[in-house]
Design a protein around this ligand. Structure first.
Ligand code: ADP
Ligand code: MG
Length: 368
């Protein structure tokens, strides 16, 4: 059993927040992230108790990326090394792995998952480890997996290929369930990759396709979930018989979490909002159900139904939540007081995710 590991990262104040004269209300201290409620603080200054004004949450990692001149500043590189290396290592060892980025729009999900799209794509996969180099050396096949990359988006509970072939271009893809391998996207195009550069290029190509839809459709990209998947296929000999290990790594850039709370949407927006809600809200319900199961030491298993199939996102990522996967959630937040309630929601959500227990096991298939 292994817990979902949870990291929180706070970005610098944005220009917009500075223009609004926003105050920084986040503090990072070791593993803890604290948020100050400015309203409470105001009362507190007038002599009332300050007890409730600071809320602190411990996580596996708390990353302060607010001010690059501060000694506690955590760089992109450090995050990639902490989290990305583990993900790669897990995949090389035959485990499934998954990294979720959760947070309100503009809090830094894409930046943390993919780096600055112009300068440094795909860093989360730990470019520095150099491990992908071995794919080119056929002589050490056992250590060197064959890699397939996939990239798709879930928008309004519909799946769209972000790296389409001529057959999947413009199509809505279906989600099916394989009796042994579990849920998958039918006809999703796969791409053989041999280097980090190629992975980065595919990710950029998919991101461009995601962004293009946004201009016509009012910020689709902040309302859709983007899932980049790599399959590591490792050939080996087990007691002289050829066998194969397939491990899947998912990098999930979730829709803005404010969608999960939106109440003012109307008309088409409501339908869209409701569906986007469906995946994010279901993710929340799944996380709560799994966290309860874990707290009960598994005793409550029968009472807790985990509604994976209620949304496309949770169905497809079933294995990553309470299943066979090493999973990391990165919650990204703004440091500004103007985002207080969204930030508090994100911190609470991330806190709950910490209680999920997964059961990662090495994937093996000797039937090849
Ligand atoms: P999201 O994907 O959550 O909507 P983005 O990753 O697009 O948010 O980030 C919003 C803006 O903030 C972008 O301009 C991005 O470059 C900037 N940003 C986000 N996180 C950081 C960070 N840690 N350091 C510097 N800039 C950041
Ligand atoms: Mg984004």
């Amino acid at each position: 059993m292994a817990s979902v590991r949870v990291a929180v990262r706070v970005r610098p104040l944005s220009q917009r927040e500075k223009d609004l004269s926003a105050k920084v209300i986040i503090q990072v201290d070791g593993h803890k992230t604290s948020v100050l409620n400015m309203k409470d603080n105001f009362h507190c200054m007038s002599g009332e108790s300050c007890g409730e004004s600071v809320k602190s949450f411990p996580y596996d990692f708390s990353y302060d990326s607010m001010d690059s001149t501060s000694p506690s500043f955590v760089t992109q590189e450090k995050i990639f090394t902490d989290l990305g290396t583990d993900v790669l290592q897990a995949a090389f060892e035959g485990y499934n792995a998954c990294v979720f980025a959760y947070g309100q729009t503009g809090s830094g999900k894409s930046y943390t998952m993919m780096g600055n799209p112009v300068d440094d794509p795909i860093k989360i996969l730990g470019r520095r480890t150099g491990r992908l180099q071995c794919v080119n050396e056929a002589s050490i096949l056992a250590a060197c997996p064959f890699l397939w990359a996939f990239y798709f988006e879930i928008y309004n509970e519909r799946v769209r290929d972000l790296l389409p072939s001529t057959e999947t271009q413009g199509c809505e893809l279906r989600v099916r369930e394989h009796p042994k391998d579990g849920p998958y996207v039918e006809a999703l195009s796969r791409h053989h990759v041999q280097s980090y550069t190629e992975v980065g290029q595919l990710m950029q190509e998919g991101n461009r396709r995601r962004a293009t839809a946004s201009t016509g459709m009012n910020h689709v990209s902040s309302r859709s979930h983007a899932i980049f998947t790599i399959h590591f296929i490792k050939a080996m000999f087990d007691a002289d018989l050829p066998s194969e290990t397939v491990s899947k790594v998912h990098l999930v850039d979730l829709a803005g979490s404010e969608r999960a709370n939106a109440t003012q949407a109307t008309g088409i927006r409501l339908k869209e909002g409701a569906n986007i809600n469906k995946s994010l809200v279901t993710l929340g319900i799944v996380i709560s159900a799994l966290a309860d199961l874990s707290v009960g030491g598994g005793l409550k298993k029968k009472q807790n139904f985990v509604p994976y199939r209620d949304s496309v996102l949770t169905w497809l990522l079933k294995d990553s939540l309470g299943g066979n996967s090493k999973t990391i959630m990165i919650a990204t937040i703004s440091p500004a007081d103007v985002n207080y309630s969204e930030t508090l929601n994100t911190l609470r959500y991330a806190s709950r995710a910490k209680n999920i227990l997964n059961k990662p096991t090495v994937n093996e298939d000797s039937s090849v």
